[in-house]
Structure formats: C-alpha cells, structure tokens
Design a protein around this ligand. Structure first.
Ligand code: ADP
Ligand code: ADP
Length: 224
C-alpha cells in the first residue's frame, strides 16, 4: 500500500492559486524529487503532504488516514512520530549544541537525556559530523549545519523525511555530500523522502521525479 496519497489538491492564497489539482503518491522507502520552477507550488504541495497546510479541496491520506479528518493534536503527534523535516536553513536552535539539537526529537518523545544523546551521537557519526557535536550551529559551516539537520530529521526513525531545498544554501560539493548521506540513510532505514528542489543535480539522487507546473503535478517515471 502507498504511504502518502494526495488527490486533487487545490490551494489558493487570496487570489493567488498555489495548487490547482495536484496529485501525488509516495510509496514506502522511495526518494521522490518534486521539481519545477519557482512559484509553481512545490513548497505548498510539501506542506499539504506533511499536514502543515490544509488544502482548500482535495485530500491527503497517510497510511489510509485522511489528514484533514484528524484533530490538530493528532496531526502534530503524527508529525512528531512519523515525519522528519529538513529545510534550506535556519532550522537548528542556536542556543543548543549540535548534539542537543539532534537529541530534540527524542527528548520530545520522552526519551531520557542520556539515551537521547547516545542515539544522537550515532546519527552525528553517520552524517560525518561527530566532530562538531559540542559546537553551536553558529560555529559550524553551512554544510556541517545541514548534515546536523539531517541527523535530527532521522534520529527518531521517521517513515517520511520532508526536505525543502535542503541543499539550496550550499555549494555543489557540500550539496552532493548532504544528498548522498541523506539518501543512503533513508534507504538503510526504509524512510521515504519527499525532496523539493529545482536543481537537477540534486534531483538525480531520487528514485523518481514529479514535476509541478502552475500548481499541477505530473509524475515522471524515470528509470534510474
Ligand atoms: P515553489 O515552492 O514552487 O516556489 P510555493 O508553493 O512556495 O512555490 O508558492 C506557490 C504560489 O503560492 C506562489 O505564487 C507563492 O507566491 C504563493 N504563496 C505561497 N505561500 C504563500 C503564503 N503563505 N501567502 C501567500 N502566497 C503564498
Ligand atoms: P473547522 O471545522 O473549524 O474549519 P478544520 O478541521 O477545518 O476546522 O481545521 C482545524 C484546524 O486544523 C485549522 O487550523 C486548520 O487550518 C487545521 N487543519 C485542518 N486540516 C489540516 C491539514 N490537512 N493540514 C494542516 N492543517 C489542517
């Protein structure tokens, strides 16, 4: 069974249509790139899939359950237990160390500090940033910060990682390193990845591409 199914999504901001009949299916463990020009509705589609934005019409089902039929509390519990998020920048808490940042999702799930930090160290190692564990986000490079953010997105064992332009602020070498580590970790853990990007080199790490144009999405089955 598919993990996430979006059908006929429409969403407008005032008179500006952001989504105009978008459909999308995400299966377990697949890395899907959502591509398209700026302003085409990619971020809005990702936010609808993650239950952060409510579509005006259409539905999103996660493991068969319609997101809009859940209460706000159920949706945020679902985001916490099943979803991980990586954004372009500004997502790490500046007052906390990189280690403490990665431990946050586990602490929120009630894991004791010592166990949470031990698990966080494993993910920092996995993402090749164990050396910055004790530093604050402001003291590390952009590429290191994004790898810390990926570690945080993976630490609680999500079924879906939502990544919105995760390499957008990085040079191509660091961007490819982030993508390699993210997709390897996702394939190992069985997490699906919904990756919004406008860069073909980043999308090349996906199993499949979806193109969004004027709020409409089209599935491009790609043999890779
Ligand atoms: P993309 O991610 O492809 O750049 P977006 O989903 O961010 O596209 O935006 C699609 C359209 O919706 C754009 O015209 C954008 O200006 C508009 N939009 C997105 N978010 C908002 C918002 N919060 N308020 C008003 N307009 C928005
Ligand atoms: P009402 O019946 O009062 O309109 P809703 O069930 O439409 O209440 O929404 C309650 C709250 O949950 C609102 O803040 C709405 O934006 C939010 N919400 C509802 N469905 C979703 C969804 N699929 N994704 C994100 N937020 C949603």
């Amino acid at each position: 069974d598919p993990l996430l199914v979006a059908t006929g999504l429409h969403k407008s901001y005032g008179h500006t249509p952001a989504l105009d009949g978008a459909d999308l299916t995400i299966r377990s463990g697949e890395v899907v790139a959502v591509m398209g020009p700026s302003g085409s509705g990619k971020s809005t589609l990702l936010h609808c899939l993650a239950g952060i934005v409510r579509p005006d019409s259409g539905e999103v089902r996660y493991r068969g359950e319609e997101l809009s039929a859940m209460s706000d509390g159920e949706r945020s519990a679902l985001r916490r237990s099943d979803f991980g998020f990586v954004f372009q920048f500004g997502q790490l808490v500046p007052e906390l160390t990189c280690l403490e940042n990665v431990a946050i999702p586990l602490r929120l799930n009630g894991t004791r500090r010592r166990a949470a930090e031990a698990e966080a160290v494993k993910w920092l190692e996995r993402l090749e940033v164990a050396d910055v564990a004790g530093q604050r986000p402001g003291e590390v490079s952009g590429g290191q910060g994004q790898r810390v953010a990926v570690a945080r997105a993976l630490v609680s064992g999500p079924r879906v990682i939502f990544a919105d332009e995760p390499t957008g602020a990085l040079d191509s070498l660091n961007g490819e390193r982030v993508m390699r580590l993210l997709t390897e970790a996702a394939h190992d853990t069985g997490a699906a990845v919904v990756l919004v990007t406008h860069e073909p080199r980043v999308a090349a790490y996906s199993d499949r591409e979806i193109v969004v144009r004027d709020g409409k999405s089209r599935d491009m089955e790609r043999v890779s």
